[in-house]
Each structure stands twice: as C-alpha cells, then as structure tokens.
Design a protein around this ligand. Structure first.
Ligand code: NAD
Length: 503
C-alpha cells in the first residue's frame, strides 16, 4: 500500500526537502532499505496544519529481529576492527555531514515536530553536531586501571590486576518526539564512541530526521549495520526492541510510564538499561531575585519549545513578597507571545506535536480548573487549524492539583507561593520527579543551600533549561536511572572487565 503525500507541496520548504518528504521511506537495516512486513505504514503529520506530509514503514518484531542481527554482525565484524581514532574520525565526519545537511534536517524537523525553525537549526542540527564532536573525543579516551590487590592464596603468590573497558555490545535506543534528532544523537554518539552498534527506534510521531540521520551515517562511511533505524509504533517496534534478547543495553528517553515498561522488559534478559524520563521541575524565585530575569524565566524555562521539554519549569515557586509581580510578568509574557507555524521565526509559540498531545494538555488544564485552580492566561486552543495551545498561566492550585503533580508537556505553568527556604525546599521536593530545578536569587549562598537540598539531577542558578555535552544530565527519583552527557555517559556503553594475572 502506498499512501500519497498530500500537503508537502504547500509547505514553505526547499525543493530538496519536498523531494525528501515525498520519498518512499524505508527502514535502514544493515546494507539494505527495508519495507515493513505487509508494507504497513505510519502517516506523519505537519502539526501546524494537521495535514499528512509523509509516511514511513510501521516496523515490528520481524524488522527489529533483522536490525538486531545486522547490528550484531557489525559489532562482531568490521566495527570492532576499527581503531578508536578511526571511530573518532567517523564521528567527526558525521558531525560535518549533519551540519552540511542542516537546511534540510531543520526544515524536516519543523514540518514534522512543529518546532520553530530557529530551534531546529540551533538545537536539532547545531547541538547534534556539537554533541557528535564532543563524544568523538571520548572514543580515544576510554581507559581502565591497574589495581593493587591483596589476594592471600596460594601463600607467597603475587598478582597484577587491571580493568579493561569494553563496548557493552548492541544498543537498543528508543527516543521521544520533543527533540527528535537531538535525542537520537544523545544516544548514538556515546554508543558509537564506546564501540557499540545501535538499533534506533524513533517516536512514531517524528520518524523522519532519524531516517535521514541513518542515511547520513551510511554515506559517511560507517560500516553497514553499525546504526540501524526501525520506525514503528512503541507498543510494536519499541516493545520488540525492549524485550529482545539480542540487545545488550537499552537507552531510553521518554515518559516515566513507558520507562517502567522498558526497565521491566530489560530485567527479564538482564539487559543493561538507562532511562531519561519525565519531570515536574520547580523554578524557585526568592524575593531578592533580579526582576529583569522573570521574563527570561518564563520564556526560556517554561514556554521554550511549547513546554515540550522534559526539564520544563512547570512549577514556579515564588516567595510571597514578589508573587504578584511574578504573576503579572508571566501573564504579560504569555499574552504577548506570537502563536503560529514554526516556519515563521517571529512566531514564539508553535503547535504541539500531535492532536493527541493537544487534547491531553487541554484536558489537564480543564481538570485542574475543575479542582479549583485559576486560569489567568491562555487555557484554550486558538481558533484555526493545527495543534496549538495558548501559553497558559495557572494560580491558586492546591498541592494535590493535577497541574502541580503531573508532567504536562505543554505551554502551561503553575505559580505557587512559598514563605521561606524550608518551605521552598519542602515544596520543590514534594514530587515523584527529580529531573531538574532552578533557583533565582542574588544571594549566592542562598542559591547553594537550595541547590544542595533539592533532589534533582540538574540545578540551575539564575537560568533554566541550558544543557551542555560535558554536563551530566539525568534524573533523581522517577525521572530516571543513569546520566547522559560527559564521561559518565560513556560508562553507560561500556562493560568493565577485571583481569588478574598471577605472577
Ligand atoms: P513516550 O514514553 O510515550 O514515548 C517515547 C518512546 O517510547 C517513543 O519512541 C515510543 O514509540 C516508545 N514507546 C512507547 N510505548 C512503548 C512500549 N510499550 N515499549 C517500548 N517503547 C515504547 O514519550 P513521548 O510522549 O514520546 O515523549 C515525552 C516524554 O519524554 C515526556 O515524559 C518527557 O519528559 C520525556 N523526555 C525526557 C527527557 C529526559 O532526558 N529526561 C528528554 C526528552 C523527553
């Protein structure tokens, strides 16, 4: 069955991008391009209009089996024969290829995810290239240790012990839709630097840049099967990958709910796993904060990428003395943001990724309001097509309100008052999540007292939502297990072998 591309000709994209969207997309497995069994397809939408822009194969267990076999063959074949410096060089070449393909990748991401073309260029393309370059450097810097040991038997024997780091093996990477290309690169780059091979399963909503990346990886000269891309639904391709006995390590970014399923499936095969999950991150504003930063906090911390950011500061805790001023500023920011397609860089609020996500966010706002919370800005979809939600500000919510407790993943913020440091810490930590937090104050000692006390994987001071490849990223509590970025990310993809020599 072939589904015709219906609206891509109307998108404000280059002819090259149109041709890519209209292409007959196939899975990237080993040396080949595969269709799914029965030619099953998933339609891919432009969230700004709701129209179909492309279709991709709906891979399942059979395709995952083939991809895992290809990744295994590459691992045991040509890939393991390369020197670390050769892996480094390939990753650097791939970073250049991603940048060179940037105009197309960014347009495809904006067409598919809905995000601003500026974010697509800066993050999906720019930050992905930087991440690849950063991780490329680690390929030549994996090392073990020599160890002094005290083994007493047989009497008089001396030993020399050491550890050696080895690639963990075939990696199953499952990623979400909020930053489709970047999330894929956060997995692939350290895995390849460590010497692993990969089967990547992008989100069904946003599979296109993953397929393009798979093609770039091939074109760059990586041996066949080193990175395989299987598009498909989570409960089919994703579940097949998570429970596959041929996978040595699962790297997942997504919701806490699905993360738990992944962890359970992994344990059955004793597959190693790391989970980057959801959050309900507090932004804590003390009354001595620089008032000029309140607007930045709203724009960068909350409404960036329509709030579809795992570290979104969706709970803003405000010391009572400045509550009214913060509320007024947030309302002014929310009401002033220009809503529209991501292709116009002047638009600051773009569509959410899907109709499902739009109705999920709006229904959470409705439930929150029914439970006593007050909507003081937004709270609805604007008129017209597309999956938009107006930037929303909530006050007066009880601690038990759904808008205080659950991840929303949309442009919605709840402002809550606090009295003093103890109250701020108690409220900040009153969540099952612990992905990130930020503290806003001119008193640096106060900031560090808060930073030490909050249970969060990242704490920002006077900023929010900024990440770097050298800065570990991940969650406390139900926000995940393990860390990405930095040296610690490489460890995710390495086994430690102890070697002991009797002299
Ligand atoms: P999701 O959990 O629904 O889906 C994520 C991925 O898992 C998708 O590829 C999906 O197809 C797959 N999947 C779904 N069901 C599956 C199953 N049963 N078995 C295997 N795979 C399955 O998440 P989403 O809605 O795509 O993304 C939003 C979530 O991602 C939010 O909760 C957000 O906080 C989180 N996120 C976390 C980080 C982080 O680094 N901590 C970063 C970005 C997004």
């Amino acid at each position: 069955m072939t589904i015709q591309t219906r609206i891509s000709s109307g998108l404000p994209v280059s002819e090259r991008t149109k041709a890519f969207l209209a292409g007959d997309h196939k899975l990237i497995v080993g040396a080949g391009n595969l269709s799914a069994q029965g030619d099953a397809k998933i339609e891919v939408y432009d969230p700004a209009s709701g129209g179909v822009i492309a279709s991709v194969p709906a891979g399942g267990k059979a395709e995952v089996d083939t991809a895992v076999a290809a990744a295994r063959a590459a691992l045991e074949g040509p890939w393991s024969k390369l020197r670390p410096s050769e892996r480094e060089r390939l990753l650097l070449k791939l970073a250049d290829a991603v940048e060179a393909d940037g105009p197309l990748l960014a347009e495809v991401e904006t067409a598919n995810n809905g995000q601003s073309i500026g974010i697509a260029h800066a993050l999906e393309v720019g930050a992905s290239a930087e991440h690849l370059r950063y991780m490329a450097g680690w390929a030549t810097k994996c090392y073990g240790q020599t160890l002094d040991v005290s083994i007493p038997i047989p009497p008089g024997t001396r030993y020399r012990a050491m550890t050696r780091k080895e690639p963990v093996g075939v990696v199953g990477a499952i990623v979400p839709w909020n930053f489709p290309l970047l999330m894929a690169v956060w997995k692939i780059a350290p895995a390849l630097a460590a010497g692993c091979t990969v089967v990547l399963k992008p989100a069904e909503e946003t599979p296109l840049t993953a397929l393009r990346l798979g093609q770039l990886i091939r074109d760059t000269g990586f041996p066949e099967g080193v990175v395989n891309v299987v598009t498909g639904y989570g409960h089919e391709a994703g579940a097949a990958l998570a429970s596959h006995p041929g996978i040595d390590k699962l790297a997942f970014t997504g919701s806490t709910e699905v993360g738990k399923l992944i962890g359970r499936a992994a344990i059955d095969n004793m597959t190693r796993f790391s989970l980057e999950l959801g959050g309900k991150s507090p932004m804590v504003m003390f009354d001595d904060m620089n008032p000029d930063l309140i607007g930045l906090a709203a724009n960068l911390g909350v409404y960036f990428n329509q709030g579809q950011v795992c570290t979104c500061g969706s709970r803003v805790l405000v010391q009572k003395g400045i509550f009214d001023k913060v509320a007024q500023t947030f309302v002014a920011v929310a009401n002033g943001l220009k809503i529209g397609s991501g292709f116009d860089p002047a638009n600051q609020i773009n569509p959410l990724v899907s109709a499902k996500q739009q109705s999920r966010v709006l229904s959470m706002v409705e439930r929150g309001a029914a439970d006593g919370a007050m909507i003081v800005a937004g709270g609805a979809a604007p008129d017209g097509p597309g999956f938009f939600v107006k930037p929303t500000v909530i006050i007066g919510a009880k601690p038990s309100n759904v808008l205080v407790r659950e991840e929303i993943f949309g442009p919605v913020v709840t402002l809550l008052p606090f009295t003093d440091m103890a109250d701020a810490i108690a409220q900040a930590n009153d969540s099952v999540y612990g992905l990130s937090a930020s503290v806003w104050s001119r008193d640096i000692e106060r900031c560090f007292i808060f930073a030490d006390a909050v249970k969060a994987g990242t704490v920002w001071i006077n900023t929010h939502n900024v990440v770097d490849p050298n800065m570990p990223f991940g969650g406390y509590k139900q926000s995940g297990i393990g860390r990405e970025h930095g040296a610690v990310a490489i460890e995710n993809y390495l086994e430690t072998k102890a070697i002991c020599l009797a002299l």
